[in-house]
Design a protein around this ligand. Sequence first.
Ligand SMILES: C[S@@+](CC[C@H](N)C(=O)[O-])C[C@H]1O[C@@H](n2cnc3c(N)ncnc32)[C@H](O)[C@@H]1O
Length: 269
Amino acid sequence: MLRGKYTRYEKLYLYAIDGIDQEFHHLDDEDFIGYWEEEDLSVLFFHRAKDDLVARLLAKKGLKLELATCVPYEKWGEGRQITPFKIGPFKWAPQWYEGEADFYFDPGVVFGSGTHPSSRLCLKALYQLWQQEGPFGQVADLGCGSGLISLLAAKLGAQVLAIDINPLCVELTQKNLRLNHLESKAQVQRANVLSLVPYRAEVVVANLFKGLLLDLFGLPSFWQNRFYIFSGFVPSMEKELKEALKPYAQVIHREEEGGWVLYVAGRRR
Ligand SMILES: C[S@@+](CC[C@H](N)C(=O)[O-])C[C@H]1O[C@@H](n2cnc3c(N)ncnc32)[C@H](O)[C@@H]1O
């Protein structure tokens, strides 16, 4: 994430490593962006090339470099040509935007630049649900990414539980909450979302992938909440997902944007 002398991203220098190490979390280097950990693979992100530093580190740890590459920031992940956008009455802008906005966020290098249709669908659905059914005491944001959904839920007055398996997402969500003076409204936890079921919340938002949604849907104790907002899937996956949720919940609103689908579901009584 952005820190020190850096106020925006230009190029990303990535080093993918076969293995993980706790020391990677706390690299003391002014050009360090962050450390991404996924199963047995780690990726170090820098603003500048760090071949020597990484080679030294890997030699010390006995780990192997899988890939070293450089990507322009705007081409990374789900796309990073980030301009301010509006959801309901709220204007969202990246941290470096100089105009007025309701939310400022560091999009980092994780999912959550705000450009992806599934993120925007979730933000819009949460706002509309709050208008119709709110206020909400507690909201759970499963797979929080950069924390956009958590920011909105906190601004709308809820106490938020934000969860992500990727340590970089946890760090970035905490930063973005601080950037918007909302840190007292949220708890951010690194965990597998499956391990914390059941959630105590009126609304559960889960912008995840099909396999993980199906795993959650298969846990009867997942279905204790009043409302659910799901996204992260495409129309060809709907039949399977609908079948899996049918015994427990009812889809009360469906939306599609840019080939991505969103459901708002209510628990069956
Ligand atoms: C599609 S992104 C959504 C990010 C954000 N909520 C948004 O809408 O912009 C999914 C997120 O889920 C996280 N994730 C994937 N598998 C997970 C798991 N088993 N437990 C917790 N988080 C997970 C990923 O790290 C990623 O940040």
